[in-house]
Ligand binder design. Sequence first.
Ligand code: ADP
Length: 809
Amino acid sequence: MDKQIEIKNGTVMPMIPTRDLVVFPGMSVNFDVGREMSVQSLQNARNDFSGDVFLCAQKDVNVESPEKSDMYKVGTVANIRQVIKSPGGVCRCMVRGVRKAKLVDMIVHDDCYEAVIKPMPNYSKDKLYAHELDAVEREVRKAFEEYSQLMPKMPQEIYNAVMGSKSAEDLFEAVAFNVPLAFNDRQSLLESPSAGEKLVLLMTILAREIDVLSLERDIHEQVQNQIEDNQREYYIREQIKALQNELGEGSLDGSDEGEIQRYYEKITEMQASDEIKEKLNEEVKRLSRMAGSSAEAVVIRGYLDTVLGLPWGVYTKDTTDIKKAQNVLDKDHYGLKRVKERILENLAVRQLTPDIKGQIICLVGPPGVGKTSVAKSVARALDKKFVRVSLGGVRDESDIRGHRKTYIGAMPGRIINGMKIAGSSNPVMLLDEIDKMSNDFRGDPSAAMLEVLDSEQNNAFRDHYLEVPYDLSDVLFITTANTLDTVAGPLRDRMEIIELSSYTREEKFNIAKKHLLKKQLEKHGLTSSMMRITNDGLYMLIDGYTREAGVRTLERNIGSLCRKAAKEIIEKDVSKVTFSAKNIPDYLGHIKFLDDDADKEDRVGYVNGMAWTSVGGVLLPLEVLVMDGKGALELTGSLGDVMKESARIAVSYCRSIADEYGIQKDFHEKKDLHIHAPEGAVPKDGPSAGVTMITALVSALSGIKVRGDLAMTGEITLTGRVLPIGGLREKTMAAYKAGMKTVVVPEKNRGDLDEVEDIVKENVEFVFAKTIDDVLRAALVKPPQAEVMPEMMPEVLPVKRRGRARKTV
Ligand code: ADP
C-alpha cells in the first residue's frame, strides 16, 4: 500500500466525493464513507491503486448522487492508511493527503466514481518578496495568538508548532491542519496556489474568526452576568437557609419544605369550601417562592396562621335541655326572674325553629347588674364556648371588619378575632357595650355590625383581612348596652331588648349573701368557717361604701375584706374573722356615702334635678347666678348640647312669664346668667333637665327660694308643657336615698309608676306635672303673685307618711 502510483496528467483513479471535508496534502484525517458508490471507490482504490484515491469536495452537501458540475475543481490525492468496516456498511477510514490535483473529468459508473485528474504543485512558487512573506507570517502568528486566547482549549503543542514554524509552508500547515475552519474557507485555502497567498487568505479568515469569537464572548458574558445576578440571589438565600438550619432556626424563619408541606396538609384537612382552599393554596404557593425572611413572607405566614387558626366547621355539642339551662341560670344568679324567663323563651324558640336563627338578645342595663355574667351562664347552660368581644371605643368599620392584609400590621377585625379565641363555630359571643360604638369619617361600624347580626347575611361574613367569607350563622350573639339611646335604629330593631334594671338594697343584700361572698371566698382561698360578714355589716357595705346600680363595687369591697381576713389569719394566727357594722370602718376606712347627704336647705337659684347616668339614678343639682350685664348666657359643668338648648328654652320661657313672677322684664338685656351643674367632671346631657333649668332661672331672677327637699325631672317645650322622661324607677330611687320628700315628675310618666319601688312610693310624695306652672307651684317656696285657681293645682299622690309640712307663705 505504501507504493504509490505515478500521477500524471490525465490519470484516471478512484474518486470519493466528500461532504464537508477538505484534505490538505500532508494532513492525516479520519472520516466515514457511507454512500455505497463511495465505499466501492474506496474498495477499488485499495485493490488496484495501492490505496490511492482522489478526494474532492462537493459544493452542496445535500446532493446525494453528485456529478462533475456539483464538484469543486480542485481536490487532493490521498493515500488510504486504514479502513475499519462497521456493521451498517459504513467504512471508517484514515487517509493522508499526498498531492493537490485538479478534477479534469468525473466518471460516474453504476457502482463507483472515477476521476480524470491533473496533478498540481502543493505549493506553487511565491510571487511575494521574502520580507513581504515574513511580514505576512508575523501577522498570521499574531492573529493566531489572539485567536488562541479566544479559544481557551487550544492545546499547547499546536500553539508551540505555530509559533515555532520555520517556513511559510510549515506555518500554513500548523494552522490550517489544526484550527477548525469553515469548510468553504478550507476549500479556498486548498485552491490558492502559493504558501504566501494561502497565508494572506488565512490571515483574513483568522481576523474574521477573531471578530466572531470576541462577539460571541461578549454576548456570552452578558448572558452570563444576567444569569449570575439571578443566581447570586438564589445562592445567597440558600446560604442563609443553610446557616439558619445550623443555628436551629430553620423552621422559624425561612420557608423550608416542611413548613410549606404542613400548610398544604392543614388546608386539605380543614372543613371549608373548595374556593377557600384554592385561595389558601395559592398563598402557600406564593410563600414557597419567596425568601423565608422577606417582609412579604412574614405577612403571608401571619395570614395563613390566622386563617388556619380559625375554627372551620368545628362544632361543640349543644345541650338542648331547657330545664337544665334554667337550673344553671337560677344557680348562677339571684332574682332576675323576668330576664331569665325571656332568655329561656328565646332559647326554646331557637330549638323549635333551628333554621330561623332567632332574635339577637340585647341585655340593657347599668353596669354591674350582671349582663356579662348572665351571658356567660347562657353559654354554660347550653354547653357552648363563650367569648367576649368588647365594642367599647369602636369607631371605625375596620375595627369590626379588619384591615386588608397589605397594610403594615394588619389584623382581622374583632369578630373574627373572637372566633379564633372561641375555637368553635357555634360559641356564645358577647358583644359588650354595643352602645359605646361611635362612628367617624372612616366608616360606620354599626353598618358592619348589622351584617354580623343579620342571619340572612352572616353565613358569609367578609372580613377585609381574611379575604374569604366566614360563616357566623351558628354563633349565638348576645349584646349588652348601658342605654339604647346611642344604639343606631336599624341595629336596635334587629335585637330583642331585655332590660336589667338597677338592684334595690334588698336585692343587693341577697346577691351579696348568696353569690358574691361565696365567689370571693373561693377566689381568695378562704372558707365560710374562716370569714363571716354579719347582715348589718353587709348593709353597711351597700349603703356606706357603694353608690351604684349594680353590685360591682360591692363585690370589690367584699374582695378587699377577704384579703384583710386572709392577712389577719396568717399574721395573727386567728381561725376566724368576723366583719360587722362596728369594725368594717377599721378595715375599709371611713364610710364614704352618708345616707342623707343632700343639702336640703331652701335656696334661691338652686334646684335638685334627677338624672339617670351609667351608675343608675343620681341627684343632679343645678345652680343659676344672675349678675348685671348685657344678657350673656354662660353654661358650665360639662353640659351637653341638648342641655344648652334646654337653657335657651328656659330663658325664652322666663321672659314670657316675667310678669307673673315679678321678674324684671328686660333681664335678657340687662343681666348676665350663669348656669352651672356641680360635679363638673361628670358629662351631662339629655332633655330631662328642662324643668330644673326653668325652675332655677325663675327662682334666681325672682328671688323666690326653691324647696330643698324636692327633686324634679321632665323635658320642657317652648310653651311650657312637660314631656315624659325615662328611668323613672332609678331617678326616684336616687331621690329617696338622698332624703327627698317630694318628687315632681311628668304627668305622662304616671303609667310607669308600677316600676317604682314600693319603699319609694311609701316615703316620697309624687307630684305629676302637666305644665311648668305645676312644677313651679310645687317647687317654689312662695307661690306666684297671680291667684292660683284650685282646679289648676297639680294632682298629688296620697302619701302614707308625709315628710315635713310644705312651707307656704
Ligand atoms: P355587667 O356586665 O352588667 O356590667 P357583670 O356581669 O360584670 O355586670 O356583673 C358584676 C358582678 O356581679 C359579677 O361578678 C356578677 O356575677 C355579679 N352579679 C350581678 N348580678 C348578679 C345576680 N343577680 N346574681 C348573682 N351575681 C350577680
